[in-house]
Design a protein around this ligand. Structure first.
Ligand code: LLP
Length: 463
């Protein structure tokens, strides 16, 4: 493809300030955000020894590349940090059969929240016993299938569900192990958390007003199921253990109340939410530190309350797969937009909100670099945008890119392993990108790129 003919007028482009310090080296790959095996080889970004240029030549663009070594290392670090506890990989972050296999091989179980996620895990050969089933509105068909395949844990999310599950369990002659999901009045996001008196949201049963206590009592008195424990999940992309601390404190109080009324609580699942760095200036807590803190809090609170310490469980998703994945895009157009004396370079890529909705939906920040070559051109303030018919279709809102970025270049966005492909859509009839796993100098397709035929297959036609 020829270089962009008109080209931006570099002298017009903002060279400073708007988005913080100009980075020392635009070609650098900070280990905080890039996959373990990411490096530049002859200037080209490569993952596990596979140059992004080769991967795109073979599998097309946009392309998700998932670093197997990174995923396994992250999973293993959770399994080791939580030895003596259970770690469930949260499938919603990203799941394929191969991902499920990796997770289980590294000692994790899997948390699923739909029939679809359950079937992918089962197809990978994950035993039903290793699955935990979530959801605020599990259907009868989903619950029946969960019981048929012997799902290890079902998390009860409403009073309605107790009876629904009990009826099914009786009909099938099985006795599922269940946890009651508790809304503890703690909400955590990245650097802050709020503790509120009540929770105005759809998940779980409120600790406040004894709702969760009553539900646990009902479950405990229901012979068709076994109350194995309690569950709470306080949010996602959490950096501060204080939110977990308050949740653990409150949950331990409920454990004590139940135990003191003769109801055993063997497991306490504190959910997921452990944060990762999307940009270099974010500093998430170490897995082992967080594990130590959570274990200490639960132990202390239960000992203070004089009740046996339940077995701990956690459900990380993003913290395992997030930084293992990158997205590679091809640049199609480059446009300098005048902001009244300053300008911004709009760099359009061949994907967008259909493969990464997080920027539009949550205002998420990302790190982006030129992937097919190094550049010594001056940094310019850029915005990486997609190809959708929507001005909110932004991939990276504020980025420093070399001023010579041009059509035909490849850009790589870091930390797109979680909640990008899994939340992808076909908006504007864009086929969803392929996901390849990279290991030992080779890529293997995990999810093939969709084709227009895939999209048209659902169309009933005109006759
Ligand atoms: N357990 C439960 C019950 C959850 O609801 C979630 C995430 C997790 C575990 C895993 O959370 P993680 O460790 O991945 O933060 N789409 C949003 C995130 C939604 C999270 C929903 N629940 C995003 O892209 O940031």
């Amino acid at each position: 493809m020829p270089a962009h003919p008109a080209g931006p007028r570099h002298e017009d482009i903002v060279h400073a300030a708007a988005i913080g310090e100009v980075p020392h080296d635009l070609n650098a790959l900070s280990p905080a955000v890039w996959p373990l095996t990411a490096e530049r080889v002859d200037g080209v970004l490569s993952v596990a020894g596979v140059p992004a240029t080769d991967a795109v030549a073979e599998f097309g663009s946009p392309l998700f590349m998932l670093d197997e070594k990174h995923f396994r290392a992250a999973a293993r670090s959770y399994a080791e940090a939580y030895a003596g506890a259970d770690v469930y990989y949260a499938a919603k972050a990203f799941l394929t059969t191969r991902v499920a296999r990796w997770a289980v091989e590294e000692g994790l179980r899997i948390d699923v929240c739909t029939l679809g996620e359950m079937e992918v895990a089962l197809r990978a050969g994950v035993p039903g016993e290793s699955l935990l089933f979530h959801g605020n509105n599990k259907s009868v068909a989903e619950l029946r299938r969960a019981l048929e395949v012997g799902v290890g844990r079902i998390v009860i999310d409403s009073v309605t569900e107790i009876e629904r599950l009990a009826d099914l369990a009786r009909a099938l002659g099985v006795r599922p192990k269940v946890l009651v999901r508790v809304t503890v009045g703690v909400e955590a996001h990245t650097h802050e958390f709020i503790a509120t008196a009540h929770e105005d949201q759809k998940f779980g049963l409120a600790l406040a007003g004894g709702v969760a206590f009553a539900a646990a009592q009902t479950v405990a008195s229901e012979p068709a199921m076994e109350l194995i424990g309690l569950h709470s999940h306080i949010g996602s992309q959490i950096f501060d253990a204080a939110g977990f601390e308050v949740a653990a404190h409150r949950m331990a109080g409920l454990v004590a109340d139940l135990v003191n009324s003769g109801i055993a609580v063997a497991e306490l699942n504190l959910g997921g939410g452990m944060g990762i760095a999307y940009t270099d200036d974010e500093d998430p807590p170490q897995v082992a530190d967080m594990a130590k803190q959570l274990t200490a809090i639960v132990t202390r609170e239960c000992e203070l309350a004089g009740v046996p310490v339940p077995r701990l469980a956690v459900e990380p998703g993003r913290a395992i797969v997030g930084s293992a994945g990158i997205t590679v895009y091809e640049v199609g157009t480059v446009k300098a937009v005048d902001l009244g004396g300053r300008s911004r370079l709009y760099v359009s890529v061949d994907g967008g909100m259909s493969d990464n909705i997080r920027t539009a939906l949550y205002g998420a920040d990302y790190t982006v670099v030129l992937a097919n070559r190094e550049s010594v051109a001056d940094p310019v303030v850029a915005r990486v945008v997609g190809k959708h018919c929507e001005s909110g279709d932004v991939v990276v809102r504020d980025a420093w890119l070399p001023g010579d970025v041009r059509a035909g270049d490849l850009l790589a966005v870091a930390a797109t392993g979680a909640y990008c492909r899994s939340m992808a859509s076909n908006y504007n009839y864009l086929p969803r990108p392929a996901v390849v796993s990279a290991a030992s100098g080779e890529c293997q397709v995990m999810l093939r790129r969709e084709t227009l035929d895939d999209l048209l297959a659902a169309d009933a036609g005109v006759d």
